[in-house]
Design a binder for this molecule. Sequence first.
Ligand code: NAD
Length: 261
Amino acid sequence: MTLKGRKAVVTGSTSGIGLAYARAFAQEGADVMINGFGEAGAIEAERARIEADFGVKAVYSAADMTKPDQIAAMVAEAETTFGALDILVNNAGIQHVSPIEDFPPEKWDMILAINLSAAFHAMRAAIPGMKSRGWGRIISTASAHSLVASPFKSAYVSAKHAIAGLTKTAALELATHKITVNCISPGYVWTPLVEKQIPDTMKARGLTKEQVIQNVILEAQPTKEFVTSEQVAAIAAFLCSDAAAQITGANISIDGGWTAA
Ligand code: NAD
């Protein structure tokens, strides 16, 4: 129970990697605030399951990561409900696959808002409390696309490269405050986000579903296997431990060898 008594907010944690982070922190004893969209009954079931499985407090925030005022209110609510916010994970993210000349400008704006600017707004709100308590962990889910590009993902690749830069900047600013700031860069993890981009990739490249999975997605990953959400979450739990106190400003790859090539 390395996180007993810690309080965590994980954005975009109603499914996929975010939900795995929330469950991994709860397993280590942290109280968690989950966030994201979805069907109300399903979200409540996941929230209750965290409390039942791990005996911690789990609450839900419906804050929309495109709205800076809602992001600040989410952080304030966590501090009021839990009495502190020790761990912030910027994880909410969306994707859109299209050639630049056809890329809808409103999709560009939305991807930059959710995948990049939301992290700035959440950090801005969370840092004063972390500084005053002299402890904090800020983690963002970047991507292999923070290090390398793929065609047809201009907004996503731009936002993910930028989140790695934001991570390094915040790490330097907070280095003497016992607050570490890192990002994790997964390769392909089988989640709704990956599943949803298959039809657009089929269209953009003129391929079948099987060809997209084998020749596009797993083509990039030398192990030819998907990363699991639980493997990504295990890194986050480690980054929150005392053993990781000197890891800051890092961009940690978990990509089956993708960015080694
Ligand atoms: P997912 O679709 O399962 O989860 C995305 C989460 O973000 C959901 O909870 C969703 O409700 C939430 N969300 C979306 N828009 C939101 C908004 N406006 N406000 C609040 N929440 C919002 O996807 P995932 O694969 O688990 O992705 C999580 C993160 O991991 C993303 O940042 C993604 O870019 C990153 N990532 C995923 C992969 C992958 O292969 N799946 C690889 C590298 C990085």
